[in-house]
Design a protein around this ligand. Sequence first.
Ligand code: SF4
Length: 290
Amino acid sequence: MSSTAHDLTVLTGLRKHGDAWQDMGLCRTQGEDLETFFSSDLVGRAKSICIRCPVIDDCRAWIMSVEDGLSATSRDGVFAALTSDERAALDPEVRRREAEAAKRRSENKPAPRPDRPQPAAAPVRPLDELKALPLDDLDLTARVHNALRRMDIHTVGDLIALTEAEVRSIRLCGAGAFAQITDRLAALGLALREPQPRVRDDLKPCGTTAAAKRHERAGEPLCAPCLAARASRAQRRREEQQDALVYAAWMRGLTDQDIAHATGFASVVVRRARARQGLQAHERQGAHAA
Ligand code: SF4
């Protein structure tokens, strides 16, 4: 018996062998065509009828017992607002069988292939050991080798202390020699020294007199760090001038008071200038005698 014929029989049986609940099913009382419950195009309509059916719970219990253990492909039609797939999914026996089948499939899967063996990595040599290697180990041509030796370069360490520009400036070290040197160093995982980048004035951070000048060139007001830098530089210049004048007066044997009178500085300025230079104050002539 085909599944459709089976289900038609079931539904017909539902219609024919009515218990009390079966007589109340809308599929029976509404005069709906049986095909409504077996057409894939009319699933929505069939479900809408079942949902309104007053005996939907009885119908569901009945169809689940009738189809007990059947796979989804052996079921058909809409009963109690459930399609064949939905009823099979609710059947514990069907679910148990599907779980077992899934487990078997996973167990029969071929074992994952082991990764291909990776070639062993070259042993890493300590940098100090590499730097101590003599130039002979680089297998340079005699011409390049001699050119380097003339510049007092005898080891790999001597070589990698040079920048590209320095190597290119060596006599008889042209483009070919330079390529040869960099290739040999690269084989050891080494390279020539990178030149130190020069910091341009326009990249200097604020808080320096150069940065203050940059503000001025740009017509900008000085920021606080640049103002402080400018003030401290002006202060240093002022102090240098004070020190020079105080020193000249002190060399003439003048006391602090006389130096202040001669230079026009305040006494405290004179004392500080003298202290900065480590000069002892001169006593006024005859002060002790008095
Ligand atoms: S639930 Fe649907 S199939 Fe079941 S008796 Fe009611 S209308 Fe008929």
